[in-house]
Ligand binder design. Sequence first.
Ligand SMILES: Cc1cc2nc3c(=O)[nH]c(=O)nc-3n(C[C@H](O)[C@H](O)[C@H](O)COP(=O)(O)OP(=O)(O)OC[C@H]3O[C@@H](n4cnc5c(N)ncnc54)[C@H](O)[C@@H]3O)c2cc1C
Length: 385
Amino acid sequence: MQVVDDEDFAQIRAQVREFVREQVVPREQEIAESDAIPPDIRARAADMGLFGYALPQAYGGLGLVITQDVELAFELGYTALSFRSLFGTNNGIAGQVLVGYGTDEQRKQWLEPMAEGRCIASFALTEPEAGSDPSGMRATATWTDGAWVIDGQKRYITNAPLSDLLVTFAKVRGTAESDGRIAVFLVPTTTAGVIVGPKDRKMGQEGATSSEVTFDGVRVGPEALISGEIDTGFRAAMAVLARGRVHISALAMGLSQRALDESVAYSAVNRQGGVPTGERQLVQAMLAEQASLVMAGKATAREAAARYLDGTDRRIGPSAAKLFCTEAAGKVADLAVQVHGGAGYMREMPVERLYRDVRLLRLYEGTSEIQKLIVGRELIRQAQA
Ligand SMILES: Cc1cc2nc3c(=O)[nH]c(=O)nc-3n(C[C@H](O)[C@H](O)[C@H](O)COP(=O)(O)OP(=O)(O)OC[C@H]3O[C@@H](n4cnc5c(N)ncnc54)[C@H](O)[C@@H]3O)c2cc1C
Protein backbone atom coordinates (compact mmCIF):
# COMPACT_ATOMS: atom_id res chain seq x y z
CA MET A 1 0.00 0.00 0.00
CA GLN A 2 1.26 3.47 -0.93
CA VAL A 3 2.15 5.47 2.21
CA VAL A 4 4.10 8.34 0.63
CA ASP A 5 1.66 10.52 -1.30
CA ASP A 6 2.34 11.74 -4.82
CA GLU A 7 3.29 15.24 -3.72
CA ASP A 8 5.86 14.07 -1.15
CA PHE A 9 7.21 11.54 -3.61
CA ALA A 10 7.64 14.21 -6.29
CA GLN A 11 9.87 16.09 -3.81
CA ILE A 12 11.93 12.99 -3.01
CA ARG A 13 12.36 12.28 -6.70
CA ALA A 14 13.37 15.87 -7.46
CA GLN A 15 15.95 15.83 -4.64
CA VAL A 16 17.45 12.56 -5.85
CA ARG A 17 17.50 13.80 -9.44
CA GLU A 18 19.33 16.96 -8.42
CA PHE A 19 21.81 15.06 -6.24
CA VAL A 20 22.54 12.47 -8.95
CA ARG A 21 22.96 15.01 -11.75
CA GLU A 22 24.78 17.75 -9.82
CA GLN A 23 26.82 15.82 -7.25
CA VAL A 24 27.40 12.30 -8.56
CA VAL A 25 27.61 12.69 -12.36
CA PRO A 26 30.53 15.18 -12.12
CA ARG A 27 32.44 12.65 -9.98
CA GLU A 28 31.98 9.57 -12.17
CA GLN A 29 35.62 9.64 -13.28
CA GLU A 30 36.79 9.76 -9.66
CA ILE A 31 34.51 6.82 -8.80
CA ALA A 32 35.85 4.84 -11.75
CA GLU A 33 39.50 5.56 -10.96
CA SER A 34 39.29 4.98 -7.19
CA ASP A 35 36.93 1.99 -7.65
CA ALA A 36 34.96 3.24 -4.65
CA ILE A 37 32.07 5.53 -3.77
CA PRO A 38 33.58 8.58 -2.01
CA PRO A 39 32.65 8.73 1.71
CA ASP A 40 30.93 12.13 1.36
CA ILE A 41 28.63 10.76 -1.36
CA ARG A 42 27.82 7.75 0.84
CA ALA A 43 27.09 10.06 3.79
CA ARG A 44 24.81 12.31 1.73
CA ALA A 45 22.97 9.27 0.31
CA ALA A 46 22.38 8.07 3.87
CA ASP A 47 21.11 11.54 4.92
CA MET A 48 18.65 11.47 2.04
CA GLY A 49 17.31 8.11 3.19
CA LEU A 50 18.55 6.23 0.13
CA PHE A 51 19.80 3.25 2.16
CA GLY A 52 16.22 2.54 3.14
CA TYR A 53 13.99 4.16 0.54
CA ALA A 54 12.08 0.89 -0.04
CA LEU A 55 12.10 -0.22 3.63
CA PRO A 56 9.02 0.40 5.81
CA GLN A 57 8.67 3.72 7.63
CA ALA A 58 8.09 1.78 10.87
CA TYR A 59 11.77 0.81 10.72
CA GLY A 60 13.14 4.16 9.61
CA GLY A 61 12.80 3.70 5.85
CA LEU A 62 11.06 6.03 3.41
CA GLY A 63 8.43 3.36 2.67
CA LEU A 64 8.31 3.77 -1.11
CA VAL A 65 6.29 1.19 -3.03
CA ILE A 66 7.50 -0.51 -6.19
CA THR A 67 5.83 1.99 -8.59
CA GLN A 68 7.74 4.77 -6.81
CA ASP A 69 10.89 2.63 -6.67
CA VAL A 70 10.75 2.46 -10.48
CA GLU A 71 10.55 6.25 -10.83
CA LEU A 72 13.50 6.63 -8.44
CA ALA A 73 15.48 3.98 -10.33
CA PHE A 74 15.08 6.02 -13.54
CA GLU A 75 17.01 8.74 -11.69
CA LEU A 76 19.57 6.47 -10.00
CA GLY A 77 20.39 4.74 -13.29
CA TYR A 78 21.41 8.08 -14.80
CA THR A 79 24.88 7.91 -13.22
CA ALA A 80 27.52 5.22 -12.51
CA LEU A 81 25.50 2.14 -11.57
CA SER A 82 27.90 1.51 -8.69
CA PHE A 83 26.27 4.42 -6.81
CA ARG A 84 22.92 2.59 -6.70
CA SER A 85 24.66 -0.70 -5.95
CA LEU A 86 25.92 0.66 -2.62
CA PHE A 87 22.38 0.76 -1.20
CA GLY A 88 20.70 -1.54 -3.74
CA THR A 89 20.98 -4.68 -1.63
CA ASN A 90 19.56 -2.95 1.49
CA ASN A 91 16.44 -1.83 -0.38
CA GLY A 92 16.22 -4.83 -2.67
CA ILE A 93 17.21 -8.45 -2.54
CA ALA A 94 18.62 -8.51 1.04
CA GLY A 95 16.29 -5.98 2.70
CA GLN A 96 13.12 -7.37 1.16
CA VAL A 97 13.83 -10.82 2.64
CA LEU A 98 13.62 -9.22 6.09
CA VAL A 99 10.60 -7.08 5.15
CA GLY A 100 8.65 -10.01 3.69
CA TYR A 101 9.73 -12.91 5.86
CA GLY A 102 11.58 -11.67 8.99
CA THR A 103 10.09 -11.98 12.47
CA ASP A 104 9.31 -8.75 14.38
CA GLU A 105 12.52 -9.17 16.39
CA GLN A 106 14.62 -9.72 13.26
CA ARG A 107 13.13 -6.65 11.57
CA LYS A 108 13.63 -4.51 14.68
CA GLN A 109 17.25 -5.57 15.03
CA TRP A 110 18.35 -5.07 11.43
CA LEU A 111 16.07 -2.84 9.36
CA GLU A 112 16.66 0.38 11.28
CA PRO A 113 20.47 0.35 11.00
CA MET A 114 20.06 -0.65 7.35
CA ALA A 115 17.67 2.23 6.63
CA GLU A 116 20.09 4.66 8.27
CA GLY A 117 23.02 3.38 6.22
CA ARG A 118 24.87 2.14 9.31
CA CYS A 119 24.50 -1.44 8.13
CA ILE A 120 24.95 -2.86 4.64
CA ALA A 121 23.27 -6.19 3.97
CA SER A 122 24.17 -8.63 1.20
CA PHE A 123 22.13 -11.39 -0.40
CA ALA A 124 24.17 -14.60 -0.49
CA LEU A 125 22.48 -17.11 -2.78
CA THR A 126 24.76 -17.85 -5.75
CA GLU A 127 27.35 -20.64 -5.55
CA PRO A 128 29.88 -22.04 -8.00
CA GLU A 129 27.40 -24.61 -9.35
CA ALA A 130 24.18 -22.95 -8.32
CA GLY A 131 23.58 -19.65 -10.14
CA SER A 132 20.72 -19.93 -12.60
CA ASP A 133 19.46 -22.95 -10.70
CA PRO A 134 19.74 -22.30 -6.94
CA SER A 135 18.10 -25.63 -6.14
CA GLY A 136 21.52 -27.20 -6.75
CA MET A 137 23.08 -25.29 -3.87
CA ARG A 138 25.56 -27.13 -1.66
CA ALA A 139 25.78 -24.80 1.33
CA THR A 140 24.35 -26.55 4.36
CA ALA A 141 22.91 -25.53 7.71
CA THR A 142 23.03 -28.30 10.28
CA TRP A 143 21.23 -28.07 13.61
CA THR A 144 23.87 -29.04 16.20
CA ASP A 145 23.85 -28.49 19.99
CA GLY A 146 21.28 -25.67 19.91
CA ALA A 147 22.83 -23.77 17.01
CA TRP A 148 22.84 -23.76 13.22
CA VAL A 149 26.23 -24.60 11.74
CA ILE A 150 26.61 -23.21 8.22
CA ASP A 151 29.18 -24.53 5.75
CA GLY A 152 29.56 -23.64 2.11
CA GLN A 153 30.79 -21.21 -0.46
CA LYS A 154 29.00 -18.33 -2.17
CA ARG A 155 30.29 -16.27 -5.06
CA TYR A 156 29.72 -12.89 -6.76
CA ILE A 157 28.03 -11.51 -3.65
CA THR A 158 27.34 -7.81 -4.15
CA ASN A 159 28.62 -5.56 -1.35
CA ALA A 160 30.12 -8.53 0.57
CA PRO A 161 33.43 -6.65 1.08
CA LEU A 162 31.47 -3.79 2.72
CA SER A 163 28.79 -5.90 4.30
CA ASP A 164 27.73 -6.12 7.94
CA LEU A 165 25.03 -8.74 7.40
CA LEU A 166 24.85 -11.69 5.03
CA VAL A 167 21.34 -12.88 4.22
CA THR A 168 22.49 -16.43 3.58
CA PHE A 169 20.71 -19.32 1.90
CA ALA A 170 21.56 -22.92 2.81
CA LYS A 171 20.09 -26.40 2.64
CA VAL A 172 18.96 -27.70 6.00
CA ARG A 173 20.43 -30.96 7.22
CA GLY A 174 19.83 -32.97 10.34
CA THR A 175 16.43 -34.59 10.23
CA ALA A 176 14.71 -36.61 7.51
CA GLU A 177 11.93 -34.06 6.99
CA SER A 178 14.32 -31.11 6.75
CA ASP A 179 16.74 -32.58 4.23
CA GLY A 180 16.85 -30.62 1.00
CA ARG A 181 14.77 -27.66 2.22
CA ILE A 182 16.34 -24.25 1.64
CA ALA A 183 16.38 -21.95 4.66
CA VAL A 184 17.65 -18.40 4.94
CA PHE A 185 19.75 -17.07 7.82
CA LEU A 186 20.90 -13.71 9.11
CA VAL A 187 24.65 -14.02 9.51
CA PRO A 188 26.62 -11.01 10.80
CA THR A 189 29.78 -10.75 8.70
CA THR A 190 31.89 -10.68 11.87
CA THR A 191 30.76 -14.19 12.91
CA ALA A 192 33.67 -16.62 13.38
CA GLY A 193 34.16 -18.75 10.27
CA VAL A 194 32.88 -16.15 7.76
CA ILE A 195 35.63 -15.47 5.25
CA VAL A 196 35.02 -12.67 2.73
CA GLY A 197 37.28 -13.05 -0.29
CA PRO A 198 39.08 -10.28 -2.16
CA LYS A 199 37.04 -7.91 -4.33
CA ASP A 200 36.12 -9.42 -7.69
CA ARG A 201 37.87 -7.79 -10.68
CA LYS A 202 34.94 -6.94 -12.93
CA MET A 203 34.30 -5.71 -16.48
CA GLY A 204 32.54 -2.55 -15.30
CA GLN A 205 30.59 -0.86 -12.53
CA GLU A 206 33.80 0.32 -10.86
CA GLY A 207 32.99 1.39 -7.32
CA ALA A 208 30.60 -1.53 -6.84
CA THR A 209 32.07 -4.47 -5.00
CA SER A 210 31.36 -8.17 -5.01
CA SER A 211 33.29 -11.17 -3.77
CA GLU A 212 33.27 -14.79 -2.76
CA VAL A 213 32.18 -15.65 0.78
CA THR A 214 33.15 -18.87 2.54
CA PHE A 215 31.24 -20.22 5.54
CA ASP A 216 33.47 -22.54 7.53
CA GLY A 217 31.61 -24.03 10.48
CA VAL A 218 29.77 -20.73 11.11
CA ARG A 219 27.56 -21.04 14.23
CA VAL A 220 24.47 -18.87 14.60
CA GLY A 221 21.62 -19.18 17.10
CA PRO A 222 18.00 -20.15 16.36
CA GLU A 223 17.10 -16.43 16.17
CA ALA A 224 19.14 -16.19 12.94
CA LEU A 225 16.67 -18.36 11.00
CA ILE A 226 14.44 -16.04 8.94
CA SER A 227 10.77 -16.46 9.86
CA GLY A 228 11.76 -19.25 12.26
CA GLU A 229 10.76 -21.77 9.55
CA ILE A 230 13.16 -24.04 7.69
CA ASP A 231 11.38 -23.94 4.34
CA THR A 232 11.13 -20.20 3.71
CA GLY A 233 14.35 -19.82 1.74
CA PHE A 234 13.36 -20.78 -1.79
CA ARG A 235 10.05 -18.89 -1.65
CA ALA A 236 11.75 -15.80 -0.21
CA ALA A 237 14.50 -15.86 -2.84
CA MET A 238 12.04 -16.17 -5.73
CA ALA A 239 9.78 -13.43 -4.34
CA VAL A 240 12.51 -10.86 -3.73
CA LEU A 241 14.15 -11.61 -7.08
CA ALA A 242 10.82 -10.98 -8.86
CA ARG A 243 10.50 -7.60 -7.14
CA GLY A 244 14.16 -6.87 -7.87
CA ARG A 245 13.62 -7.53 -11.56
CA VAL A 246 11.08 -4.71 -11.79
CA HIS A 247 13.65 -2.39 -10.17
CA ILE A 248 16.46 -3.53 -12.51
CA SER A 249 14.18 -2.88 -15.53
CA ALA A 250 13.84 0.73 -14.45
CA LEU A 251 17.52 1.07 -13.61
CA ALA A 252 18.31 -0.10 -17.16
CA MET A 253 16.08 2.65 -18.49
CA GLY A 254 17.75 5.31 -16.33
CA LEU A 255 21.04 4.28 -17.89
CA SER A 256 19.46 4.24 -21.36
CA GLN A 257 18.14 7.78 -20.91
CA ARG A 258 21.67 8.90 -20.05
CA ALA A 259 23.10 7.10 -23.10
CA LEU A 260 20.51 8.80 -25.32
CA ASP A 261 21.17 12.25 -23.81
CA GLU A 262 24.94 11.82 -24.25
CA SER A 263 24.41 10.71 -27.85
CA VAL A 264 22.18 13.68 -28.73
CA ALA A 265 24.48 16.20 -27.02
CA TYR A 266 27.60 14.83 -28.71
CA SER A 267 26.21 14.47 -32.23
CA ALA A 268 24.64 17.93 -32.13
CA VAL A 269 28.12 19.48 -31.99
CA ASN A 270 30.56 16.85 -33.30
CA ARG A 271 31.37 17.94 -36.86
CA GLN A 272 32.52 16.04 -39.95
CA GLY A 273 32.97 17.92 -43.23
CA GLY A 274 31.80 21.03 -41.42
CA VAL A 275 28.41 19.49 -40.59
CA PRO A 276 27.29 18.19 -37.15
CA THR A 277 27.10 14.40 -37.39
CA GLY A 278 23.66 14.65 -35.72
CA GLU A 279 22.38 16.23 -38.93
CA ARG A 280 23.23 13.07 -40.90
CA GLN A 281 20.16 10.91 -41.31
CA LEU A 282 21.91 7.64 -40.46
CA VAL A 283 23.00 9.15 -37.14
CA GLN A 284 19.46 10.43 -36.57
CA ALA A 285 18.23 6.88 -37.22
CA MET A 286 20.43 5.67 -34.36
CA LEU A 287 19.09 8.40 -32.07
CA ALA A 288 15.54 7.53 -33.08
CA GLU A 289 16.09 3.87 -32.28
CA GLN A 290 17.54 4.77 -28.89
CA ALA A 291 14.65 7.15 -28.11
CA SER A 292 12.05 4.54 -29.09
CA LEU A 293 13.65 1.89 -26.88
CA VAL A 294 13.80 4.32 -23.95
CA MET A 295 10.10 5.19 -24.30
CA ALA A 296 9.07 1.56 -24.66
CA GLY A 297 11.31 0.41 -21.81
CA LYS A 298 10.04 3.05 -19.37
CA ALA A 299 6.44 2.16 -20.18
CA THR A 300 7.23 -1.54 -19.71
CA ALA A 301 8.89 -0.98 -16.32
CA ARG A 302 5.97 1.18 -15.15
CA GLU A 303 3.42 -1.40 -16.30
CA ALA A 304 5.27 -4.24 -14.57
CA ALA A 305 5.46 -2.17 -11.35
CA ALA A 306 1.72 -1.35 -11.42
CA ARG A 307 0.83 -5.01 -11.93
CA TYR A 308 3.26 -6.04 -9.20
CA LEU A 309 1.81 -3.51 -6.76
CA ASP A 310 -1.84 -4.45 -7.29
CA GLY A 311 -0.90 -8.12 -7.13
CA THR A 312 -2.29 -9.05 -10.56
CA ASP A 313 1.09 -10.23 -11.91
CA ARG A 314 4.22 -11.02 -9.94
CA ARG A 315 5.66 -13.58 -12.34
CA ILE A 316 5.38 -12.74 -16.03
CA GLY A 317 5.60 -8.95 -15.64
CA PRO A 318 8.88 -8.75 -13.68
CA SER A 319 10.65 -11.24 -15.95
CA ALA A 320 9.26 -9.86 -19.22
CA ALA A 321 10.20 -6.34 -18.14
CA LYS A 322 13.72 -7.33 -17.07
CA LEU A 323 14.24 -9.22 -20.31
CA PHE A 324 13.01 -6.38 -22.51
CA CYS A 325 14.54 -3.46 -20.62
CA THR A 326 18.00 -4.92 -20.02
CA GLU A 327 18.34 -6.18 -23.60
CA ALA A 328 17.09 -2.80 -24.85
CA ALA A 329 19.57 -0.98 -22.60
CA GLY A 330 22.40 -3.08 -24.07
CA LYS A 331 21.32 -1.97 -27.53
CA VAL A 332 20.95 1.70 -26.53
CA ALA A 333 24.42 1.73 -24.94
CA ASP A 334 25.92 0.03 -27.99
CA LEU A 335 24.32 2.63 -30.29
CA ALA A 336 25.66 5.38 -28.00
CA VAL A 337 29.22 4.16 -28.62
CA GLN A 338 28.47 4.07 -32.37
CA VAL A 339 27.08 7.62 -32.39
CA HIS A 340 30.31 8.79 -30.71
CA GLY A 341 32.55 7.05 -33.26
CA GLY A 342 36.15 6.50 -32.05
CA ALA A 343 35.54 8.80 -29.09
CA GLY A 344 32.98 6.29 -27.80
CA TYR A 345 35.79 3.77 -27.27
CA MET A 346 37.82 6.12 -25.07
CA ARG A 347 37.90 5.73 -21.30
CA GLU A 348 37.15 9.39 -20.58
CA MET A 349 33.79 9.28 -22.39
CA PRO A 350 30.73 8.43 -20.28
CA VAL A 351 29.30 6.15 -22.99
CA GLU A 352 32.34 3.87 -22.83
CA ARG A 353 31.54 3.26 -19.15
CA LEU A 354 27.79 2.93 -19.76
CA TYR A 355 28.51 0.24 -22.33
CA ARG A 356 30.45 -1.81 -19.76
CA ASP A 357 28.20 -1.02 -16.78
CA VAL A 358 25.02 -2.13 -18.53
CA ARG A 359 26.30 -5.58 -19.44
CA LEU A 360 25.80 -6.89 -15.91
CA LEU A 361 22.07 -6.16 -15.97
CA ARG A 362 21.47 -9.05 -18.41
CA LEU A 363 23.29 -11.44 -16.07
CA TYR A 364 22.36 -10.91 -12.44
CA GLU A 365 19.01 -11.38 -10.71
CA GLY A 366 18.43 -14.00 -13.42
CA THR A 367 19.97 -14.04 -16.91
CA SER A 368 17.91 -13.19 -20.00
CA GLU A 369 17.59 -16.92 -20.71
CA ILE A 370 16.13 -17.52 -17.25
CA GLN A 371 13.62 -14.67 -17.74
CA LYS A 372 12.51 -16.33 -21.02
CA LEU A 373 12.06 -19.65 -19.23
CA ILE A 374 9.97 -18.02 -16.49
CA VAL A 375 7.72 -16.13 -18.93
CA GLY A 376 7.26 -19.09 -21.28
CA ARG A 377 6.61 -21.59 -18.48
CA GLU A 378 4.09 -19.31 -16.77
CA LEU A 379 2.18 -18.57 -20.01
CA ILE A 380 1.71 -22.29 -20.62
CA ARG A 381 0.89 -23.00 -16.96
CA GLN A 382 -1.86 -20.36 -17.05
CA ALA A 383 -3.24 -21.72 -20.32
CA GLN A 384 -3.39 -25.22 -18.89
CA ALA A 385 -4.88 -24.19 -15.53
C1 LIG B 1 28.83 -8.56 -10.45
C2 LIG B 1 27.86 -9.60 -10.01
C3 LIG B 1 27.12 -9.39 -8.85
C4 LIG B 1 26.25 -10.38 -8.39
N1 LIG B 1 25.60 -10.20 -7.20
C5 LIG B 1 24.96 -11.25 -6.62
C6 LIG B 1 24.45 -11.16 -5.29
O1 LIG B 1 24.51 -10.10 -4.64
N2 LIG B 1 23.91 -12.27 -4.73
C7 LIG B 1 23.80 -13.45 -5.40
O2 LIG B 1 23.32 -14.41 -4.82
N3 LIG B 1 24.25 -13.56 -6.68
C8 LIG B 1 24.82 -12.50 -7.30
N4 LIG B 1 25.32 -12.61 -8.58
C9 LIG B 1 25.18 -13.87 -9.28
C10 LIG B 1 24.25 -13.84 -10.48
O3 LIG B 1 22.91 -13.75 -10.07
C11 LIG B 1 24.55 -15.09 -11.32
O4 LIG B 1 25.85 -14.88 -11.87
C12 LIG B 1 23.53 -15.34 -12.39
O5 LIG B 1 22.30 -15.73 -11.83
C13 LIG B 1 23.98 -16.44 -13.37
O6 LIG B 1 24.42 -17.57 -12.70
P1 LIG B 1 25.87 -18.18 -13.04
O7 LIG B 1 26.85 -17.09 -13.01
O8 LIG B 1 26.10 -19.34 -12.16
O9 LIG B 1 25.76 -18.64 -14.56
P2 LIG B 1 25.16 -20.02 -15.13
O10 LIG B 1 23.91 -20.34 -14.41
O11 LIG B 1 26.25 -21.03 -15.14
O12 LIG B 1 24.80 -19.62 -16.62
C14 LIG B 1 25.69 -19.72 -17.74
C15 LIG B 1 24.83 -19.58 -19.01
O13 LIG B 1 23.94 -20.69 -19.10
C16 LIG B 1 22.61 -20.22 -19.22
N5 LIG B 1 21.71 -21.16 -18.53
C17 LIG B 1 21.84 -21.64 -17.27
N6 LIG B 1 20.83 -22.48 -16.99
C18 LIG B 1 20.04 -22.51 -18.09
C19 LIG B 1 18.83 -23.18 -18.43
N7 LIG B 1 18.20 -23.98 -17.57
N8 LIG B 1 18.32 -22.98 -19.66
C20 LIG B 1 18.91 -22.14 -20.55
N9 LIG B 1 20.06 -21.48 -20.29
C21 LIG B 1 20.60 -21.66 -19.08
C22 LIG B 1 22.61 -18.85 -18.57
O14 LIG B 1 21.53 -18.05 -19.02
C23 LIG B 1 23.97 -18.32 -19.02
O15 LIG B 1 23.86 -17.84 -20.33
C24 LIG B 1 26.10 -11.58 -9.12
C25 LIG B 1 26.82 -11.77 -10.31
C26 LIG B 1 27.68 -10.80 -10.75
C27 LIG B 1 28.45 -11.05 -12.02
